[in-house]
Design a protein around this ligand. Structure first.
Ligand code: HEM
Length: 387
């Protein structure tokens, strides 16, 4: 357990934040001047408080201007519990290791075959394709072309540099709105129509049965788009990048069994969390609280010494979870965590077996203020071509 040895010479990163995303994370999120919570115990207390209300992902704006039914991420209390209970079956362990595992394997095979045929591919494009296909199955967005849908979701939820000129901001906003309309027309409405004719076992069928209208279903689909598709895509790219650069970590991943592989992936996610801030309001407390996931995950009282180093043998106690706060905590804790980890494990195992695989170009690290997380683009993989 190298990292437990202390902060001496064995732990060269102890004094500095050596994460790949350390510098870019200073850009922050869409909430101005939140009251930052950086210690794990305080973060857990806020997220587990029965009175905390969602204040991120533009939820305040959505509540103020909308009388619509709210997406699961914005609900609280009894109504939230009811929706979580009703959708829990889509994330049950048996479903993850059965129905979704088969889909992940089939999709992985297709993507790897394409990589081998062409001799090169962008890692982040492969990750997006996989993440969108799997989440689309859970949500029920299966009546349109997944690659085109992935492009639309990328424009709607993506970050990129914030324009400095008002006119450019307006153009960007209009582009997003245009894509939201397309997403509704091309992806969401056909899925609703198919499920009205023949309900299935997915989120959209559940929402139709609950009386949600098309606009309300659209907003829930966008929530899953940001919470499930975009996050998983970034994480697969990050885990692939780190292991391509660190052969010892990769060898360890390949030699591990399924359970230990997931522990290793969760450790990478702890160090490089995709969602960097979680926002809440608490009655009686002024302003918006910003749970600093990046700081809480590096809290030595939970992570141990040398918290910025990836160390799968860190031995974080089960009660904290190996990814610490990277999937949130309390009532909104991510229901898709196991799907995301299995997906990443299956895909990367197959990828690392590709003959002659090389990371020709490391990704550029950008920032997405909506999820306060990193965006990795342009990671070029090459390999021996299949005959
Ligand atoms: C590595 C991948 C993922 C990461 C890092 C992640 C992270 C998170 C975090 C931090 C939250 C809590 C947000 C808050 O409390 O404000 C969350 C919630 C959520 N996630 Fe994930 N997520 C991932 C994958 C997925 C997947 C694959 C799905 C489904 C297909 C999913 C669906 C959701 C949903 C529906 C919520 C809202 C739950 C609620 O409000 O009760 N996520 N996620």
């Amino acid at each position: 357990m190298a990292s437990r040895a202390g902060t001496g010479p064995q732990c060269p990163f102890a004094q500095e934040d050596a994460r790949k995303t350390a510098r870019i994370a200073q850009r922050g999120g869409l909430v101005r001047d939140p009251v930052r919570i950086t210690e794990f115990a305080d973060a857990r207390a806020v997220l587990r408080s029965g009175e905390a209300e969602q204040a991120g992902f533009l939820s305040d704006l959505a509540r103020r201007y909308s009388r619509m039914k709210q997406p699961i991420l914005f609900l609280s209390g009894e109504e939230h519990r009811r929706q979580r209970k009703a959708t829990a079956r889509f994330f049950a362990p048996k479903v993850v290791t059965g129905r979704y595992r088969d889909l992940i394997r089939a999709e992985t095979e297709r993507l790897i075959a394409r990589l081998r045929r062409n001799g090169s591919a962008a890692l982040d494009a492969l990750s997006l394709d996989l993440a969108v296909t799997v989440a689309a199955e859970i949500v029920g967005l299966t009546e349109s072309d997944p690659v085109a849908m992935a492009g639309r979701l990328e424009t709607i939820t993506g970050g990129g540099d914030r324009p400095r000129w008002a006119i450019m901001k307006l153009v960007m906003m209009m582009r997003r709105q245009w894509q939201v309309r397309h997403f509704l027309r091309e992806d969401v409405r056909p899925a609703i129509a198919a499920r009205k004719a023949a309900p299935r076992d997915d989120v959209i069928s559940h929402l139709i049965a609950e009386g949600y209208n098309d606009q309300e279903i659209l907003v829930e689909c966008l929530t899953y788009g940001a919470a499930g598709m975009i996050t998983t895509r970034e994480f697969i790219t990050m885990a692939g990048w780190r292991m391509m650069e660190e052969p010892a970590l990769r060898a360890r991943f390949m030699a591990a069994d399924d359970a230990d592989r997931i522990v290793l992936l969760e450790e990478i996610l702890r160090v490089e969390p995709v969602v960097g801030m979680i926002y809440r309001r608490l009655p009686g407390r002024e302003g918006v609280l910003g749970i600093d996931v990046r700081a809480a995950n590096a809290d030595e009282s939970v992570a141990g010494a040398c918290p910025y180093a990836v160390d799968p043998e860190r031995g974080i106690e089960a009660k904290y979870g190996h990814a610490v706060m990277a999937f949130g905590d309390g009532e909104h804790r991510c229901p898709g965590a196991q799907v995301a980890m299995h997906e990443t494990a299956i895909f990367l195992e197959a990828l690392f077996k590709v003959p002659g695989l090389r990371l020709e170009r490391a990704p550029d690290v950008g920032w997405n203020a909506l999820i306060t997380g990193y965006e990795l683009r342009g990671a070029l993989l090459t390999c021996d071509r299949a005959d």
